[in-house]
Design a protein around this ligand. Structure first.
Ligand code: NDP
Length: 474
């Protein structure tokens, strides 16, 4: 049992001002796995005051000091990486191989990338008579979700530290353990008091208090669209910057010249990774209508081949994060059947032989783009395959979405694949796979308004100042 009832404020682990606790549930067993504290507005005031005080010195720290600090954090993160991965598995149900693999690797990658970007980042640039300075925006509120906990915390904390900002992290109630360990890592690595603070608790209390706070200069949020909208409203009165990374309904276009079976199987397996709880998951798989039979065989085979079970065992897929998420996904599966989509793998209920834990069957439908299951983000292991007539039709379907976060194109002819990628209205496209920590990540349309990762991730945390007359006119 984990007992994480203290917050991290002003360089120390401290009790909440008003004691209040909540149990954390292991989604694989439905048993209580530990206890956290739920903070109040008074804790937020205390943390914001600490961050404001620390901003005076951290904002003028040297690049060399920040490079040293990020290096120390990276080393301490690596030392405790296994522990972090085990915490991720326990809190949100990712298989251990994933929790101690891609989950922690993403966090580490963002810290390492921020460190590298910082080495050459132009904080000052002279342009004619003017000096353009990038200055830290101030005290930042970082509000994160449970689906990729280390990815989403580190992608915010690392550039915020690198640019000279101070911050208050509000981790998700559903996945609080890894954030607590991360706070310990930052403490041991020597982050100066008040620069990083962390308060656990309800988003409607802590998140809202940060969003409304007059002494918080910026909010970076990753999560659902309704909460993103609420944060913007809460932040409006103080005119603070709000960076939003929201949901998606990303299309994966398999072009006619691609190896159909391999790509459809790969896309299906990818959709089931992390139990489908990935904002940029390719949840709409677009295949040539004339080759639908081939695609169905490949998708059904791949989905049926995904082993589901105890995340500490040797299974490809664990549970989804909570009972409520399980119920939402079950409702979508029922909706898909009711609206006439053809179920080719999975379906309602838990996988055979499992009667406990929030396990969902890897599910694939064949449907059309007007169906609810093709329009709304399900955030579970549910894929909808849609046939297209020609390239224009494929692009039209891909772009016919309220979201615009990710997109995928598979094809042999790179010229065609590139052309399709340029026509898709989303923030990121992966052409025949690939991975890049320096590629900016964020959404068009209702998928958000910010860009994280790499050098673009720094832009969220800096103000631009023009000092005109810095140089005498020539
Ligand atoms: P939520 O939006 O419910 O929660 C995200 C965070 O916001 C949590 O820490 C939550 O706190 C907090 N929060 C809740 N209400 C408020 C509020 N009124 N003010 C401020 N903060 C608040 O999302 P989920 O955690 O349920 O994540 C799943 C959703 O997020 C999906 O729709 C998914 O697509 C999207 N998402 C997008 C990503 C992206 O990069 N674009 C990445 C990951 C997820 P609490 O702990 O109380 O819930």
């Amino acid at each position: 049992m984990r007992n994480y009832t203290q917050f991290y404020i002003d360089g120390a682990f401290v009790d909440p001002i008003t004691p209040k606790t909540a149990e954390v549930i292991n989604p694989a067993t439905e048993a209580v796995s530990g206890t956290i504290s739920l903070g109040s507005e008074a804790d937020v005031d205390k943390a914001v005051a600490a961050a404001r005080r620390a901003f005076a010195s951290w904002s003028v720290s040297t690049v060399a000091e920040r490079i040293d600090l990020l290096g120390a954090i990276l080393a301490e993160y690596e030392r405790r990486e296994r522990e972090l991965g085990e915490a991720v598995t326990e809190e949100m149900g990712a298989p251990l191989s994933l929790g101690c693999g891609f989950h922690t690797l993403l966090g580490k990658g963002h810290i390492g990338t921020a460190l590298e970007v910082l080495k050459t980042y132009k904080f000052e640039e002279e342009r004619g008579v003017t000096m353009i300075r990038k200055e830290p925006i101030g005290v930042c509120g970082l509000i994160t979700p449970w689906n990729w906990p280390m990815n989403q915390t580190c992608v915010k904390i690392a550039p915020a530290l690198a640019t000279g900002c101070t911050m208050i992290l509000k981790p998700p109630q559903l996945a609080p353990y890894s954030a607590q360990i991360l706070a310990e890592i930052l403490h041991t690595a020597g982050v100066p008091a008040g620069v990083f603070n962390m308060i656990q608790g309800a988003g409607s209390v802590i998140g809202a208090a940060l969003s409304r706070h007059k002494d918080v200069d910026m909010i970076s949020f990753t999560g659902s669209e309704p909460v993103g909208v609420q944060i913007q409203k809460d932040a409006a009165d103080t005119v603070k910057r709000v960076g939003l990374e929201l949901g998606g309904k990303s299309a994966w276009i398999v072009l006619d010249d691609a190896s159909m079976a391999a790509n459809v199987a790969g896309a299906t397996g990818g959709m089931m990774g992390n139990s489908g709880q990935t904002c940029s998951a390719g949840s709409r798989l677009l295949v040539p209508a004339a080759r639908m039979e081939e695609a169905i065989a490949a998708a059904a085979g791949a989905a049926n081949g995904v082993t589901v079970g105890d995340p500490t065992g040797n299974f490809a897929m664990g549970p989804v994060v909570s009972k409520s998420q399980y119920n939402i996904i079950q409702d979508y599966i029922t909706k898909g059947i009711d609206e006439g989509a053809t179920l080719i793998a999975g379906g309602p209920g838990r996988p055979e032989g499992i009667d406990k834990g929030w396990f969902v069957r890897p599910t694939v439908f064949v449907g059309n783009n007007d169906m609810v299951i093709a329009r709304e983000e399900i955030f579970g292991p549910v894929l909808v395959m849609i046939g297209y007539d020609d390239l224009d039709h494929a692009v039209e379907i891909a772009n016919d979405s309220d979201f615009g976060l990710g997109g995928y194109v598979s094809g042999e002819d790179l010229t065609v694949a590139r052309d399709v990628s340029k026509r898709m209205r989303t923030g990121a496209i992966w052409v025949n796979g690939g991975f890049d920590f320096n590629a900016p990540f964020g959404g068009y349309k209702r998928s958000g308004n910010g860009r994280e990762w790499g050098v673009e991730g720094f832009a969220e945390y800096v103000e631009t100042k023009a000092i005109v007359g810095w140089n005498a006119a020539g």
